[in-house]
Design a protein around this ligand. Structure first.
Ligand code: AMP
Ligand code: MG
Length: 519
């Protein structure tokens, strides 16, 4: 194995749990607990990200070695690794939930790469920790494949996210009731190794704040700024305000990115919100197929739909307001916190306009363009149109011939298409008129639209097909998807099948359109 350089600064500089008692417990005055991964019977590498492996300096032979599978299955440590689980709280579905913490994620340490970048490595599903609250600390193969693939897909879309190094099968069965309907079954277990510069969450600050522990809150904030926001050093008096403002701006840009590509996180609890503005904790997420602003893939949230597609930007603001409340004790005057929340609104509005411009291929956003996009969204919803196919199809739109025909592929329902055809043709005519009045040359317009409107996204049914193959012992589907999703905006000859709209069989199928938090 290569000698990775570990610099576990979080463990060094923040207070850890004094107890090492086994079993779940409340952990006060500490940001983490030292805990070893629980060994698994038969660790086997099922997939890896070549990009992430290269970033960390793993060669092909190392990846294929037993030692690699043992380390990333939690059965062995490399020199410098110091396993720990983080302590944090969170608001779940709008309600303060108290201490949550890493119930099944175990950090191995912080790798410093040759380029000077810091990557915390974390095993998800590596066994119980003091934060497991009665659960088993494990993860099943299906949810691990979903996290592995989507982390890398998101990265290649250029959207901030935690990454995934590898997926290891454990050789152990894990019992889950997938739809929470009283049908538990044994499923294969797996572990994903995630990587990120920081896994600190909004909930990491909310917990010491809830305990009234301002000293710990301050230590954590100072540490986070020093390690994860080093460019803010020297900001003097306004430091905390500038930091919070930046967290708000990053979160706003992340929301605009999700909305642009049709990603629905599914569980935007404050413990799943990254302080760095990364997409974090891939659970019952999904990708919009037929355009529906009210859609959520998460059946656990099917009644209230708190985390539905359209509501994500508002939920992020609410989550930031919870973070602001937690940080308030660090501020003599809360005006900078209010300013940060206002900055969120302004940055989101600007990023949303940038999305409209990019998706429609315009030089700049003018009065009326937001309304043009809104009326398109309304029509796509009414007519049940595939979001990804529609926008990608629009790249080749000919303003001289504003016809619907070239976009027929994007429709799920013939009757609805026919019913909405006049309104859609009318919209295309408005769009053609707008383009006629836009200075962008055609080639430039199309290039910008291709970059903003991916051809390939991790469609829910594609992930499910790869999962079903893997559960039968064939990981080929994971490798294929990973490879396709490395170039989501390019046309890839021979891979048209990966760009197809959801087939009928997947419409109401568990794993495709219905997912729960069971993982
Ligand atoms: P999530 O909704 O996946 O972000 O998880 C919420 C909380 O539940 C986190 O504190 C997780 O660590 C914990 N958790 C989820 N699944 C398990 C499990 N199988 N074992 C232990 N803790 C878990
Ligand atoms: Mg979580």
């Amino acid at each position: 194995m290569p000698s990775l350089l570990f610099d576990n600064v979080l463990l060094r500089e923040l207070p850890g749990d004094c107890s090492d008692a086994p079993g779940p417990r409340e952990v006060l005055d500490a940001c983490y607990s030292r805990v070893m991964p629980t060994p698994v019977p038969a660790p086997r590498l099922l997939a890896h990200s070549a990009d992430m492996a290269a970033t960390l300096g793993f060669g092909v032979e190392e990846l294929a070695s037993d030692a690699f599978a043992r380390v990333f299955g939690g059965n062995a440590l490399l020199p410098g690794m110091q396993p720990s689980a983080a302590n944090y709280g969170g608001h779940q579905f709008g309600v303060w939930a108290g201490q949550l913490g890493d119930g099944r994620a175990i950090s191995l340490g912080e790798v410093l790469t040759v380029g000077g970048k810091r990557w915390e490595l974390q095993l998800k599903g590596a066994g119980p920790t003091p934060y497991s609250r009665g659960a088993d600390g494990r993860a099943v193969l299906r949810s691990s494949i979903r996290e592995f693939l989507c982390s890398e897909a998101m990265h290649h879309l250029g959207i901030p996210t935690t990454r995934a190094l590898c997926l290891v099968g454990t050789g152990e069965q894990v019992v889950r009731d997938m739809l929470y309907d009283g049908h538990p079954r044994a499923e294969p277990g797996a572990i994903v190794c995630r990587a990120a510069p920081s896994f600190i969450r909004f909930g990491s600050f909310e917990l010491p704040a809830a305990h009234g522990d301002t000293a710990l809150l301050r230590r954590l904030a100072d540490f986070t700024i020093r390690r994860d926001f080093p460019h803010l050093a020297g900001h003097g008096e306004g430091l905390y305000g500038d930091w919070f403002g930046e967290v708000c701006a990053r979160t706003a840009r992340l929301m605009a990115d999700w909305m642009r590509v049709g990603f629905v996180h599914g569980v935007m609890n404050t413990d799943n919100m990254s302080i760095l503005g990364l997409t974090l904790d891939y659970g019952p997420y999904g990708w919009i197929e037929d355009y529906d602003p009210d859609w959520t893939p998460n059946t656990t949230d099917a009644q209230r739909r708190r985390y539905r597609y359209e509501q994500q930007p508002d939920v992020a603001w609410w989550n930031l307001s919870r973070l602001a409340a937690a940080l308030a004790p660090l501020f003599g005057d809360i005006a900078p916190l209010q300013a940060g929340l206002d900055r969120y609104v302004a940055v989101y509005a600007e990023a949303d306009r940038a999305s409209i411009v990019a998706k429609l291929g315009l030089a700049a956003c003018r009065d009326g363009d937001t309304a043009l996009m809104q009326s398109l969204h309304d029509l796509l919803h009414e007519a049940e149109v595939d979001m990804t196919l529609w926008f990608r199809g629009l790249v080749d739109f000919d303003p001289q011939r504003p016809a619907l025909e070239p976009l027929h592929d994007a429709f799920y329902d013939e009757a609805k298409r026919r019913a909405q055809e006049p309104a859609l043709v009318d919209w295309l005519a408005r769009y053609a008129a707008r383009l006629a009045d836009d200075p962008l040359p055609v080639a430039e317009r199309r290039a910008r639209m291709r970059a903003a409107n991916p051809r390939y996204v991790l469609r829910n049914y594609l992930a499910q097909q790869a999962i079903e193959r893997a559960e039968q012992g064939d990981c080929g589907g994971i490798h294929e998807l990973l490879d396709v999703l490395r170039r989501p905006c390019d046309e890839q000859a021979g891979r048209e099948a990966f760009a197809r709209k959801r087939p009928d069989w997947a419409r109401h199928r568990p794993g495709c359109s219905m997912l729960s938090c069971s993982s």
